[in-house]
Design a protein around this ligand. Structure first.
Ligand code: DGY
Length: 350
């Protein structure tokens, strides 16, 4: 048996990027993308020293019970609600994410959904494909302008800030709500004003959600919040399913209490609330906001860099740049490979 660390990669990614592990590790890449049953996932985790996983892999205490060799789990995403960080830390296992490299692609996509939903692009395309163009009327397909309207952002991490910067081109004032207010210089640069959540809901013409899913943010937008929004407003969710109560959203869209929505993420995805599938004023996509070639390659590279760094190799040898649980590992007295220094500051993600 090789004394090199073995790395399990839970889905095919970019072979040439993964190949950077090969000089230092034994690498086992799953040949196809699929969802592993919990017991199967546990067996995979028990058989490796490092795992590069995605959002389909939900890793908690049960999946880690037999993972005696596992040292690091590198998540192929910035959000990490699929990882039970407390369980990983308790087991002395490091976790990393792919913060920052996807900010601009996700911000672009949030705007694509916002514009597409406001201008009814999904429904119009379905109409055209159904051969109904001949019936288009001058007053048909009227959408909503976003230019000059108020953009609200709930969750003002790096992605929220990238979305805010783009608003300048549309002449849109930006309001945001975040647990922590941004430094004044960042607010100035993003031309964004911090408000309480209630004001954000009441004053936004377009509201984009970019906050992480935690027990506190589950259903942050439910029936009560939707009732406070303008009936003419457009809602965009590029964060996580579960932040919005999809049943309440479907009811608001159906009853005209909200003009439109653009959704990339869904409660219980890959399932989509059946009523959302029947409504024409919602633009839907299958969790692809970060899916550009450059960004998915960069995300893979970040995961590879974190694994290599953990085992003392690569450009960040000894300093995995995206560790999510350094304090917990230090408190648990987990010995990292030689020369490891914990970062002194973890950048906020979303
Ligand atoms: C993330 O990185 O959290 C995205 O949702 C997955 O692409």
């Amino acid at each position: 048996m090789s004394d090199r660390p073995s790395v399990w990669v839970s889905r095919p990614t970019f072979d040439d990027v993964i190949a950077r592990l090969a000089p230092h590790c034994e690498v086992d890449v799953e040949p196809e993308e699929r969802k592993f049953a919990p017991a199967e996932l546990a067996a995979k985790l028990a058989a490796c020293d490092a795992a590069i996983v995605g959002l389909k892999e939900h890793i908690g205490a049960a999946e880690l019970a037999g993972a005696k060799r596992l040292r690091i789990v590198a998540n192929l995403a910035v959000g990490y609600d699929n990882l039970d960080l407390a369980a990983l830390s308790a087991a002395g296992i490091a976790a990393s994410n792919t913060a920052d490299v996807l900010n601009e692609s996700v911000a672009d996509y949030a705007w694509a959904l916002l514009l597409g939903a406001a201008r009814r692009m999904g429904a119009a395309e379905r109409w055209l494909r159904a051969g109904q163009w001949h019936a288009t009327e001058f007053k048909g397909w009227l959408g909503t302008d976003v230019r000059g309207r108020t953009l609200g952002i709930l969750g003002m991490g790096r992605i929220g800030q990238a979305i805010a910067r783009r608003a300048q081109g549309f002449g849109m004032p930006v309001l945001y709500h975040n647990r922590t207010r941004l430094p004044e210089a960042t607010e100035r640069e993003c031309r964004a004003r911090h408000v309480d959540k209630d004001t954000l809901l009441r004053e936004s013409d377009c509201l984009v959600l970019v906050l992480p899913l935690t027990p506190e943010t589950r259903h942050a937008i439910g029936a009560a919040e939707l009732a406070r929004m303008k009936p003419s407003a457009v809602l965009v969710n590029v964060a996580r399913g579960g932040i919005v109560d999809d049943a309440a959203l479907a009811a608001a869209l159906r009853e005209g209490r909200l003009a439109a929505a653009g959704l990339d993420v869904f409660e219980g995805e890959p399932k989509v609330h059946p009523e959302l599938l029947t409504l024409d004023n919602v633009l839907l996509s299958p969790h692809i906001a970060s899916a550009t070639t450059d960004t998915r390659r960069a995300m893979t590279a970040v995961a590879v860099d974190n694994v290599l760094a953990f085992f003392g190799h690569g450009p960040h040898a000894g300093h995995p740049p995206n560790l999510l649980n350094p304090e917990a590992l230090a408190a648990a007295g987990v010995a990292l490979p030689p020369h490891h220094h914990f970062p002194t500051h973890q950048e906020p993600t979303r």
